[in-house]
Each structure stands twice: as C-alpha cells, then as structure tokens.
Design a protein around this ligand. Structure first.
Ligand code: 7RM
Length: 656
C-alpha cells in the first residue's frame, strides 16, 4: 500500500456523524468543551485530576519552564491505588462495590483462561509488591519487565507503581541484546520475566534471552521468573539471583502499604526509537500521566462500567501502558487481554474472542486491519460481533479503505471509529474524534482532544491553518514526556530545538483541511513505522554494520500492503566478500537477532556504493525514491550520480 496522497485524502466526501443513540448517552456530549478547554487548559486538566485519588492536594497546576513542565507539583498520589485500591475499598475503608467486578479477563494463546476481579487484582498486586520490597528495592529504583501478555505483566507494573519503583517494560519480541541495552541504560536493579510465552504455537523463550542479556549487565541483582505453565517450566535458574514468582508469592505478606509519590515522581520509562542509533528512555511521571490517560480513556473510548474493553497492544509498547493498564484500570474498567497472535490457530481468533467475551470496545492498529481485510470477510462473518459498540485505531495512518472496511465489517456500520494519533512521548491520545460529538471522515484523526494545543507549523514555526506542515504541540499537556532518561540534552535537542524551545516537534508530517481536521502523513524524520511499530533507520543500520561482512548500510522504509512500511537495506560489503542470496538471508537474520523480528529487512540490496552528498552524507531520500519505485528527485548534490542510476536498475531487477 502506498498511503493515499493528500489530494486523494482531501477529496474524501464520506463522513459519519455520531448516531443519535450514541450522542444521547456519551460520556462527552457537550461540544462547548473544546472552547472552554482552549480558553483555560489548566482549569480543564485540573478538573480531570480531581477525579483521581490524591493523598495531598497540589497548589500549582502547571509550572512551565520551557521545555520542562511540572503538573500538580505539590500533589501526592499513588498510581496503583488509583488503578486498584480505589475500586476495592471505599472512602471509609469498607468494601467497594467494584471489588467483585472483573478487572482482567485473560486468554492465553493455547486457550487457557483466567479472570481476576478488582479484589483479586488487589491481592495479587499487594503480594507481588511485597516480593519486590523483600528483595530490597526502593522508591526510584528501576525494574525491567520482560514478560508475555499475561495478567502477571500487568501485576508486575502495578506492583512497581505501588512502591514508587520505575518500571521499564521491554517488549517480549525484542532480542537479548536489546534487552541488555535497555537494562544498562536504565541501570535496572531487578528483572521480572517469565520462562516463556506463546506465539503462533511456538514457545518464545524469554528467560533464555534474559540469561543471555544478563551476561552483559552489571546492575541486575535479582530476577523474578513467572512460570507460564506449571506442567512444563522450561528454563534454568541461577541460584542466588533467580527467584520463582510463584514461590515468592507464597511467602509474601498479604498487604503492602502503597508509597505516596510526588506528582512529578517517575512512574516509568519506556524505550522508543529515534533518529540516532540508540533507543531513548522516555520518562513519564505520575500525576500528569495518570490524569491524561484517565481522561482520554473516559472520553475517547466512552468507557462505562458495563464495558468489556480490548486493546490488542502488547504492554511492551506505550499503547499497552496507557490503554491496557493505566487508563482503563484507573477508570475501573473490565479489560480483556490476549497473549498470542490473531491468526492462531485460525485467522478468526480475534473475532472468536470478541464473541466469547462479548467485547464492547475494540482498539487495534491499521496493520492488523489490513491483514484482516486480506484474509477476507468469511473469517469475520462466522462470528457474532454484535456486542461491539466502539472501534479504535492507533499506531500509523489508517487508509480510508481500511477505515471503511473496519467500520462496516467489524463495526457492522453501527460503531463509531476513533482514529487516535499520539506517541510514546505524548503519553496519552492527542488527536482523536470524541465518539458522541465528532463527525468522522475516513483517514482523518479529526481534532485535538480538548485541552490539547495541536497545530501544524511550517519550517519557521508559523501556524498553517489549512495545508501541510509539521505536527506540533504548542502548549504543555499533563501526560507529556518530562525528559529522556539520563539525557536531558537529547530531550531538548530532539523535541524542542526545531522552533527554539517554543513548540513540541512531533516528527510527523500532517495536513489540515478546511474544517481544521488533521490528516497524518507519516514521519518526516528517519523513524520508520513497520506494522505500527517504531523503528529507527540508524538502529537497523548499526545492526547490519555490526556483521563482519558489511562495510556500510543504509536503511529506508518502502510502502507495504499490510505493514504500512517494510524495511529495505542497501548494503556495501567489505573488500573480498562475495555477495549472494545466502548472505542477504544471513544479514536479515542478523538484524532480527540483534534487535528483534520487527527489525528484519524485507529486502537487502547489495551495492558497490551508496549515494552520498559531497560532504559524505548518505542521501536516504534518493534511496527511498528507489525503494518506492518513484522518479528520482533532485540529484545535483550527489558526489557521483552514476551510483544512483545503477542502483535503480539493480533494484528494478529484484522486483518481480
Ligand atoms: C501510540 C503510538 C508514534 C508514531 C507517531 C506517528 C504514528 C500513531 C497514529 C499515527 C497516524 C495515527 N506511539 N502514529 N498513531 N499516525 N495516525 N492515528 O503508536 O510512539 O509507538 O509511535 O506513530 O507517526 O509519531 S509510538
């Protein structure tokens, strides 16, 4: 798929106003909120923050010393209390009605199931917090989490939050080396992992990867290992370092007092790809983050007590943090989580799950939607999806065709579709329809959430009212990243240098139509988006260059029908190395081994030279044009124009 051009997008005439029924009952029904929030965003956010449970009130809503924000700074609260205790204990310490409500409904890939009420979750989290406390962890310590999608992944994060420990979740699909780098950067003292998880019928041996990672880390003192299947634990344990989750839980105390945290205490760090080789630890703090995810969950997903909500993201990504854990649980919602792949054992697995658990709200990524489209509607039609009442999309631009398919085939033309734009850095949804208020247009994420100052700016930082430019946020918002872990200079450079500290630079290109709706066009930097996952050009290049045969590599994204983008690597080999299809395969595997399967290039193109400027910079733009099969743009700055021509011919030769 080539994402439609802006001209095609803007000629989209279909639009979908909210139904009368939805409008009448929606959590957000008053359109004047956009204006009132814009007039006084601090007041708007303060109102939301007051819906959370605080131990101490704040005095200053916002302290803004660009580019550093502090929200609710004198306030104290605990994120775990807000997600769990508050639904279990009432104000007087008695039992809250929600304690018997389902908090987590889980299904593992092989079909094993578990349900935890809020009361159950409270007990598990308390016990596990005690386990963490007993190994000597203290407020502010970092804890790495490398888990399959099980209730224990959620419990691990919440137990950290209960003690003021900073979790650093590493996606289970990342390699041992990626895990090692993240542990080292965060200087994590403990690692929480599992012996294995299931994916497409295969065991993903997390502990084995963890053991490999730990050979290169000095900071980890203890490893807690969750046993995924008691009948067949599959790992070795290192005595003195490794502890079994289930054994420690048996010995742990029933109650662990929550640690009252400052609003600006770190809640977690999460690594994300940028334009340079090393992923950066995005820092989120407690009060503002929780306020942002709480508010957006309630309004964007229209969350209600009777909903069964399913966000398909893994907790290894920000979507899992904000919209599997903190947003829905702070709302007291019932959250469904599934461990495995959508096509296992059959391509109807998701629809069977929706039918079985009567899921009402479903949130997934365009890449998944495009795969479902390709698999065909027969898989969908055999399941009863009538429980659904709202659909969400996130992670990359959604093409109108996929949007319409989603709305018709999955939503039965009955459910509003919310296309939500946001980032690891923004913490919470920033641009989105409000399902009871916004008339949607397929392919547009529509408007900024109330209280969010989103604009398109030109190179000079002037507002583009209608037209194209750079996506920017012009005022601080509660859930914004506070810095990059241990690298504030990089924080300032990456997000705030483009317009001299005045506005937040998101790295996305976008367009605004006459009505002010946003249309996102993809990244404008060297970050690629493969199947909704962010991956840096330089990260993959470093992985390739690490191979002994490779002299130089340049990686670009090319349009892909399902994944949105796929990776193409242009590689020059070292003197004396013979290129072959076998070597290409070896290099693909090498990238996957170094980073994780998401970093595996689809194509490797060997070339004697890479197109460079006279100052020696690789011209990725030209490589992108070649990979996209486009006419070549301006080549006048090239040191050697012949390189490009021969590459172009070579690339054409690889296409079938
Ligand atoms: C939530 C998440 C962020 C990047 C972002 C965009 C792209 C995300 C949308 C989107 C168009 C959307 N965080 N992106 N959502 N593009 N429409 N609704 O994905 O940090 O992993 O990625 O993803 O390019 O900058 S992320």
């Amino acid at each position: 798929m080539t994402h439609p051009s802006i001209d095609v997008l803007l000629s989209e005439t279909r639009n979908f106003p909210p139904s009368e029924d939805f409008k009448a009952k929606a959590n957000s029904r008053d359109a004047s909120v956009y204006e009132t929030a814009a007039r006084d965003p601090e007041k708007f956010w303060e109102k939301w923050a007051k819906e959370l449970k605080w131990d101490n009130p704040w005095k200053t809503t916002l302290d803004w010393k660009p580019p550093h924000a502090q929200w609710f700074k004198e306030g104290k609260l605990n994120a775990c209390v807000n997600c769990v205790d508050r639904h279990v204990l009432d104000e007087k310490g008695g039992e809250h009605a929600r304690s018997k409500k389902k908090a987590l409904i889980w299904e593992g890939e092989p079909g094993d199931t578990r349900t935890l009420t809020y009361g159950d979750l409270y007990r598990e989290v308390n016990r596990f917090a005690n386990v963490l406390k007993k190994i000597g962890l203290q407020k502010g310590d970092r804890v790495a989490v490398y888990m399959p999608m099980t209730p224990e992944a959620v419990i691990a994060c919440l137990a950290c939050a209960r003690l003021g420990l900073v979790h650093s979740v590493v996606f289970g699909g990342f390699s041992a080396e990626s895990l090692r780098d993240r542990i080292n950067d965060a200087e994590a003292r403990a690692l929480i992992t599992a012996d294995f998880g299931w994916r497409r019928g295969k065991r993903i041996e997390l502990k084995k990867a963890a053991d490999e990672a730990l050979q290169g880390t000095a900071s980890i003192e203890k490893v807690i290992v969750y046993r995924r299947d008691e009948k067949e634990p599959v790992c070795t344990m290192k005595s003195g370092r490794d502890l079994w989750w289930h054994e420690e839980m048996q010995k742990a105390a029933e109650f662990t007092a929550p640690v009252s945290c400052h609003a600006e205490d770190m809640l977690f760090t999460l690594y994300t790809s940028g334009t340079t080789g090393k992923p950066k630890g995005i820092v989120h703090t407690t009060g503002g983050y929780l306020t942002g995810v709480y508010a957006t969950t309630k309004w964007v997903f229209d969350m209600r007590d009777e909903d069964v909500y399913w966000c398909t993201a893994d907790i290894g990504w920000i979507t899992g943090h904000s919209y599997v854990i903190y947003g829905p649980l702070s709302n007291g919602a019932t959250v469904f989580i599934y461990e495995g792949s959508p096509d296992w054992p059959e391509k109807d697995r998701f629809w069977r799950l929706i039918e079985k658990y009567k899921v009402t709200i479903f949130y997934t990524a365009p890449t998944a939607i495009r795969a479902f489209m390709k698999w065909g509607t027969d898989w969908v039609k055999r399941c009863d999806l009538s429980s659904l009442r709202l659909l969400g999309s996130v992670g990359e631009p959604i093409n109108p065709e996929a949007w319409i398919w989603y709305q018709e085939q999955i939503g039965g033309s009955r459910c509003p579709v919310v296309d939500t734009w946001w980032q690891t850095e923004t913490g919470a949804i920033m641009v989105t329809p409000l399902p009871g208020l916004t008339t949607t247009k397929p392919g547009s994420a529509t408007r900024a959430f109330p209280g969010i100052a989103a604009e398109i700016l030109n190179e000079e930082g002037q507002i583009v009212k209608a037209g194209g430019g750079f996506m920017a946020i012009t005022k601080p918002w509660p859930s914004m990243l506070r810095t990059i872990f241990n690298d504030d200079a990089r924080y300032q450079q990456t997000y705030w240098s483009k317009w001299q500290g005045r506005f937040y630079f998101a790295g996305d290109g976008a367009h605004r139509d006459e009505e002010g709706y946003f249309w996102f066009m993809g990244r404008v930097d060297d970050v690629m988006n493969v199947a909704g996952h962010r991956i840096g050009t330089m990260e993959v290049e470093s992985a390739l260059v690490d191979h002994p045969s490779v002299a130089e590599a340049a990686v670009v994204g090319k349009p892909h029908d399902i994944k949105g983008q796929a990776l193409v690597a242009f590689v020059t080999v070292k003197e004396g190395v013979a290129t072959s299809a076998a070597l290409a395969e070896v290099l693909k595997q090498h990238a996957a081994k170094k980073i994780g399967a998401i970093a595996k290039p689809d194509d490797i193109i060997f070339t004697a030279d890479l197109p460079k400027t006279r100052s020696g910079k690789i011209m990725r733009r030209l490589l992108r044009d070649i990979a996209e099969g486009k006419a070549l743009g301006d080549t006048t700055t090239l040191a050697d124009a012949a390189v490009v021509e021969s590459l172009k011919q070579k690339y054409a030769g690889t296409e079938e």
